[in-house]
Design a protein around this ligand. Sequence first.
Ligand SMILES: CC(C)(COP(=O)(O)OP(=O)(O)OC[C@H]1O[C@@H](n2cnc3c(N)ncnc32)[C@H](O)[C@@H]1OP(=O)(O)O)[C@@H](O)C(=O)NCCC(=O)NCCS
Length: 183
Amino acid sequence: MLETDRLILRQWQASDRQPFADLNADPDVTEFFPAPFSATQSDEGIQRYQDGISQRGWGFWAVERKQQGDFIGFVGMQPIPDILPVEPGVEIGWRLAKHSWRQGYASEAAKACLQFAFVKLDLPQIFSFTAVANAPSQAVMHKIGMRNMQQNFINPKVPQGHPLAEHVLYKITVEQWQSHIKS
Ligand SMILES: CC(C)(COP(=O)(O)OP(=O)(O)OC[C@H]1O[C@@H](n2cnc3c(N)ncnc32)[C@H](O)[C@@H]1OP(=O)(O)O)[C@@H](O)C(=O)NCCC(=O)NCCS
């Protein structure tokens, strides 16, 4: 479990299923995915994230606001899936409910993840990627000090020729992170 000023990043629990299904069914949340996720896909996601956290001790954590005590989505890290044409490593990612956007939550949680990755896990670098058009996600990457590698790639999980298939690749090394948090 990680804690920030306003948030708790924790293992998933049964009460997250409905609000996670709701946000995955929101077409604004999935604007940069080929389609919204069904309730079944949403539950399968929770299972994968839960298993990842149980096995490794870290992963895509459920995010809860301390003051309100509510679940708002996930932020966390996972090994980059083998299917992607990216060098092996760990990615950081996020998906939050619309009502919680633009309040600094994604970047607050992501900064805690980078701290965990570089200090506790001793990782040399962290990657992130998203559809070229996903400006909000890239804004979070910039905010936490990540850099565009200028190595766009086609995500094979997106149907071939789909406008969202081309992805940007961002990275931050431990050295870049150390100078970013000092600045
Ligand atoms: C991407 C997402 C997690 C951002 O969450 P958030 O909590 O609103 O982000 P933050 O409030 O921490 O904002 C971080 C920076 O991004 C900027 N930003 C956030 N949303 C933005 C938007 N829609 N357009 C432009 N900039 C945006 C913020 O202004 C902030 O920069 P600043 O402090 O310099 O102003 C959220 O929009 C989301 O869940 N989107 C849908 C899921 C998704 O696309 N996930 C990524 C898939 S790879």
